[in-house]
Every structure is written in C-alpha cells, then in structure tokens.
Design a protein around this ligand. Structure first.
Ligand SMILES: NC(=O)c1ccc[n+]([C@@H]2O[C@H](COP(=O)([O-])OP(=O)(O)OC[C@H]3O[C@@H](n4cnc5c(N)ncnc54)[C@H](OP(=O)(O)O)[C@@H]3O)[C@@H](O)[C@H]2O)c1
Length: 335
C-alpha cells in the first residue's frame, strides 16, 4: 500500500505523511508488549508508513533493538521502504537515571556506531541530537553528523527541541531536513518563533506528542492508574488539578469529532496535518488498533469552519500545566 507523502525540508527524504514514533514500545509509558510492538511496526510498514522514529536512549538501546528485530522479520520490500530517524545524546545510567547530554563530535560518532549495530542497518536516514548539549556548540555536533554523511553512515541532519537561534546556526553548518518538536492542539509554542524560522529556512517539522502522550486521544480517563515508570505519572498535564481541566478540553473536542463521524484522536492528528505540508506528525501508536485509528486521520478533511470550531473548543493556551516537568523544561529551546 502507499500513503500520502510529504518531503522533509528542501533537502530531505520523501516520507509517509504520518510517521510512527516507536518510543512507547519501550517502557517509557509503562509496561510494553514486545510481540504487539513488532506486529504494529509490521502493520505500519504494510500500510505504507515509511518513517520510523526512535532514540538510542529509549530504554538504553531496547527500542533500537526492537526496531532491528522488526526490520529483520519484515518482508524485504517492507524493510527497504523504512526510513529511520534516530536521536542520540541523552545520557543514562544503569538504573535508567538521566545524566545530561553529550554532543561532542567523538561521542556523536560513537553513538552512531552503536545505533547502526543495534538497528542492523548500514545507514541512518535522519540523525539528530535529542537536546542541545549546553557545553558543545551546535556547529560541532552538526559538523560531526555532516562527517558521518560524507562517510555514508547517515543521510540527513535533523534537529530536536531547539530554538530559533540554534536552528539558524545548525542550518548555516549543514543542510537540515527537519526539526522534531512537540506540536499539538494543546502544545502550540512553536507557532510564535520556531515555525516561522523553519519555514524561512526550508526545514520541515516532524511533530511529536500530537496526542499529548495520549491525554487528548479521547481514550485517557482520570481514573487511569499510571505506573511509576510511565512518563505521564510525572508530567504536569496529567497531575491532579490539571488533569480534569485538560480532559474537559477533550470532551469539547469529542463533540466536534462526533459531528464529523470520526474519533477524537483522528481530529487531533488531522488538525496537525492541516497546519501545513511541511509538518509530518509522528504518532506514538503501540498497538495495531491504535495504529489503524491514527492512519484514519489521513482521510479526515477539515475545512476552515472545522478548523475554527476545533480551535474554539481548544484555544491555543488552554492546557493546564507545562508539557514537561520543570527540570526537563530547562533543556528545551521553546515552550
Ligand atoms: N524529540 C523528542 O524530544 C521526542 C519526545 C517524545 C517523543 N518523541 C517521538 O515522538 C513519538 C510520538 O510521541 P508520543 O508517543 O509522545 O506521542 P503521542 O502520539 O502524543 O502519544 C502516544 C500515546 O497516546 C496514546 N494513544 C491513544 N490513542 C492513540 C492512537 N489512536 N494512536 C496513537 N496513540 C494513541 C497511547 O497511549 P496508550 O498506549 O497508553 O493508550 C500512546 O502511547 C515517540 O514515539 C518518539 O519517537 C520525540
């Protein structure tokens, strides 16, 4: 099958208009089901998804090994269509604790060497540091990726969660295909400065958290118990005092979804898709059922009246709570 495609920036690859983010297939949102995860990746490839996103620090290599296994066990034609977007640079300890970022050129090449092994591929399609290393100029980190491109180990430079100034400096060092950053109906911080900058420079957005980690999917409820290893157990938007307010926004969205005969998740994804051809949502489906629902968003047509109704139901600054805990907000280049 083929899906609608979009091109990442002026220099990047053509990818399916929806990408699959694989993070939740490693224990970042509570327990995981390996068989279902692999079946979901296979189903995504079968449906025409070409972009798979991961990070070497998603459960310390677990996510890359999972994708490696899914690719090995997929039919050759499906394996060959897969484009891999990999983040590196976040440092962790054996207990999973986070301990900063490393964007030094030697570290970049070391990270890449291990990722290629774990993924079982001979190149990475888009390679990006997960967060700016405050001790290493972005030119050095991007310069190291550019060397990996020259050597054939990587195809394109990407960025993740950086602000306008860093985007400009990176783009002046090497062509950048896309910036990966959170963008959703309730996370619209990029609209002020980041999005105009990427558009000026011909860089696309691969948007994550389009369902705000499940919060605006229509499937989340206040009585859901979150395990301690679930990011959401510590995320401000899921805490008492904020959660009910945010779920009320979802109910407003549900009314619009029902009128259009689609699901809340489909409306939320379709809204991001409608923001521009330069935006590719990465959905975090970790089961085939959620994947099918997400892909249905590609068939949802939103006209100007629909978009207005959606934004009236969920105004830009309506969410309660920031998108990350305070300590993690300090690593972001934009709110
Ligand atoms: N660059 C960065 O800093 C960064 C940060 C975070 C993520 N990412 C990337 O972006 C990807 C997507 O992020 P995300 O997982 O936070 O995004 P998301 O799509 O907003 O949230 C995914 C969660 O939403 C829930 N969900 C409910 N209905 C769904 C549906 N129809 N389709 C998909 N999910 C549904 C699922 O939770 P339940 O299964 O619990 O219901 C799922 O785990 C990640 O996998 C990762 O590759 C990048």
């Amino acid at each position: 099958m083929t899906l609608r495609t979009r091109t990442l920036g002026t220099t990047g690859p053509q990818v399916s208009a929806l990408g699959l983010g694989c993070m939740g297939m490693s224990p970042m949102y509570g327990d995981v089901d390996r068989e279902e995860s692999i079946a979901t990746i296979h189903a995504a490839l079968e449906a025409g998804v070409t972009l798979l996103d991961t990070g070497d620090f998603y459960a310390m290599g677990h996510n890359e090994m999972l994708i490696g296994e899914a690719l090995r066990t997929a039919p050759a034609a499906r394996r060959e269509q897969a484009l891999l977007s990999v983040k590196f640079g976040a440092l962790r300890g054996p207990g999973g604790e986070w301990s900063g970022y490393d964007g030094r050129p030697a570290a970049v090449k070391n990270f890449a060497a291990y990722s290629l092994q774990r993924l079982g591929v001979d190149h990475i399609d888009v390679y990006r540091i997960a967060r700016l290393d405050p001790d290493v100029p972005i030119e050095e980190t991007v310069g190291a990726i550019a060397e990996l491109i020259e050597q054939g180990h990587v195809r394109h430079v990407g960025l993740s969660e950086v602000g306008a100034d860093t985007i400009r400096r990176a783009a002046a060092t090497a062509p950048v295909s896309d910036l990966q950053i959170e963008y959703a109906l309730i996370s619209r911080g990029i609209e002020e400065e980041v999005l105009p900058t990427t558009r000026e420079l011909g860089i696309s957005i691969t948007a994550y958290g389009v369902l705000s980690r499940g919060l605006i999917s229509g499937h989340f409820s206040a009585d859901r118990q979150l395990a301690a290893n679930d990011f959401r157990a510590h995320s401000p938007r899921f805490q008492d005092g904020n959660l009910q307010h945010n779920l009320n926004l979802v109910e407003a969205l549900r009314k619009i979804a029902e009128q259009k005969g689609v699901t809340v998740a489909q409306i939320a994804i379709a809204w991001v898709l409608a923001q521009g051809e330069d935006i590719v949502p990465l959905v975090g489906a970790r089961t085939r059922e959620r994947l099918t629902e997400s892909l249905g968003a590609l068939d949802v047509v939103l006209d100007a009246d629909d978009l207005r109704a959606i934004e009236d139901a969920v105004p830009a600054d309506a969410a309660a709570g920031e998108r990350y805990p305070a300590a993690q907000m300090t690593h972001l280049g934009s709110k």
